[in-house]
Write a new protein. Structure first.
Length: 189
C-alpha cells in the first residue's frame, strides 16, 4: 500500500519499473555528494520509490540500512531534474515516520559536508549534526567531512510537530507523523 503525501507518494521499490529504478540508481552513482551506496541489508522497512503524486512519475528513492540495536541509517536521493521544492522534506517525513513505526529505536543520516539538500532538510527541523568526522571520505577528488544526524522517536515527534500543518493532509494527528492515537495531543485517533 503506497504512502501518500500532498506532493509525493512512496511506493515499494520492488513494484517499480526496473528501467526507472536503474535510471535513478545510475544518477545517484554520478552524484558525488551522495557517497557510495552500501549493499542491501535486512530491514523491516523496504526501500521505496518516490513518485510525483500529480502524475506518478518517479523522482527518487528513499531507503535505509538497518544496523544492530534497531538503528536505521536513512538515505534519500531525488533526481534534481524532476524533483521540486518540498518533495525531499515530505518524502523524508513520511519515510522516517515509517522507520519508527517499523521498530527503529534511532534513525541517523550520514551526510557529506557538501550535500546541501540533506543539510537543508535537517536545518528545517532545527537538527544539528551529532558528529562531524573531519576529512573522513575521499570523494569527487577531495577529502570531505562526514556529518552524522541522529535522533530517537520522541525527538523526531517534537521536530516534526512544527511542520504538521504543511505535511500530508495539513493539520494531521500525530498518527500521520509516526505517533499513535494515545500520544495524540488532540486526544482523538
Amino acid at each position: 500500500m503506497p504512502l501518500a503525501g500532498s506532493w509525493v507518494e512512496l511506493a515499494p521499490l520492488v513494484e517499480a519499473p526496473e528501467r526507472e529504478v536503474a535510471r535513478l540508481v545510475a544518477l545517484r552513482l554520478l552524484t558525488p555528494e551522495m557517497g557510495s551506496p552500501t549493499g542491501p541489508e535486512e530491514s523491516p522497512v523496504p526501500a521505496m520509490l518516490v513518485l510525483e503524486r500529480s502524475n506518478r512519475r518517479p523522482v527518487g528513492i528513499v531507503e535505509n540500512h538497518w544496523l544492530p540495536g534497531a538503528n536505521a541509517v536513512f538515505l534519500i536521493y531525488l533526481d534534481p531534474g524532476r524533483a521540486r521544492a518540498g518533495y525531499g522534506m515530505e518524502a523524508s517525513a513520511i519515510y522516517i515516520s515509517r522507520l519508527f513505526d517499523g521498530g527503529a529505536r534511532r534513525v541517523s543520516a550520514e551526510v557529506l559536508d557538501f550535500n546541501r539538500a540533506m543539510h537543508g532538510i535537517f536545518r528545517k527541523v532545527h537538527l544539528e549534526p551529532s558528529v562531524r568526522m573531519a576529512e573522513h571520505v575521499y570523494v569527487a577528488g577531495a577529502f570531505r567531512d562526514l556529518l552524522v544526524y541522529s535522533f530517537d522517536r520522541p525527538r523526531w515527534l517534537r521536530m516534526i510537530a512544527r511542520y504538521r500543518a504543511i505535511l500530508p493532509g495539513g493539520r494531521r494527528t500525530m498518527v500521520a507523523v509516526g505517533g499513535s492515537p494515545r500520544v495524540d495531543s488532540g486526544g482523538s485517533a
